[in-house]
Design a protein around this ligand. Structure first.
Ligand code: CDP
Length: 227
């Protein structure tokens, strides 16, 4: 069977990446975490003083840097995906709360989106792909073969992200995580370009009461019979 393009979009911290990774491993497809790419540009902007308080970025300075940014993914262990920025492993840095607090501002810059969307489209080539994000089924691959849209109650999402961050050795306050998750949803849904919205043909899954295994089993029920 011809290899598919599978898009998983949805609200912040709904477990899109975890499921997308698992589905890609199951299908022997490539997995791309588009959110990691927005996080990498944001981390770079913070490192290079392109963003300052209050929530404003020096857009022109950041745009001038974009052509020099090289974003790649490597599989260091089976089923994982590690982001490299200009040859350096930045996986840990991009997951921190500071990047989370700025990323929706940077992701609303049209030039940043054009820069990353071009790269995301070029990653398909001949192989099957599972890509997760906010605009994969609407903008990056509107003709994707299969589209999912994940939602969940804000408190469930914040608790899962809080647990993830703690497991990764960070020590955020729960209420800061909750506030960040809801604020990112608000900014991502209301931006002018490529807002977070469910594609009309996407399958919506509320994962509030589903654990990882149940969510994955639900995804599998939507794969074509002969996948
Ligand atoms: O993992 P989580 O759902 O918290 O977020 P992420 O996928 O790492 O994405 C981080 C941020 O990048 C989002 O809040 C969006 O602002 C932005 N993003 C986007 O605008 N478009 C995408 N395709 C992916 C992420």
């Amino acid at each position: 069977m011809q290899k598919m393009i599978i898009a998983i979009d949805g609200l912040a911290a709904t477990g899109k990446s975890t499921q997308a990774k698992r589905l890609a491993t199951y299908l022997k497809y490539r997995y791309i975490d588009s959110g990691a790419m927005y996080r990498a540009v944001t981390w770079f902007a913070l490192q290079n003083n392109c963003c300052a308080s209050p929530k404003q970025c020096d857009v022109n300075a950041l745009i001038a840097h974009l052509p020099a940014l090289q974003i790649t993914f490597k599989t260091i262990e089976k089923g994982s995906s590690t982001l490299f920025l200009n040859g350096e492993n930045r996986e840990k840095e991009i997951r921190g709360m500071e990047v989370s607090q700025w990323v929706s501002t940077v992701a609303a810059i049209p030039e940043v989106r054009t820069f990353l969307v071009d790269q995301q489209r070029s990653m398909v080539q001949m192989q099957g792909i599972v890509m997760d994000g906010r605009d994969i089924g609407t903008v990056v691959f509107p003709n994707a073969d299969l589209k999912f849209f994940f939602t969940a109650q804000p408190k469930v999402r914040a608790q899962r992200r809080y647990d993830e961050l703690r497991a990764a050795g960070q020590n955020p306050e729960y209420k800061v995580v909750l506030q960040n998750v809801t604020e990112r949803d608000r900014l991502d849904s209301t931006r002018a370009i490529a807002p977070l919205v469910k594609a009309p043909d996407a399958i919506e899954i509320d994962v509030s009461d589903l654990d990882l295994e149940a969510t994955f089993q639900r995804l599998l029920t939507h794969l074509p019979k002969n996948h």
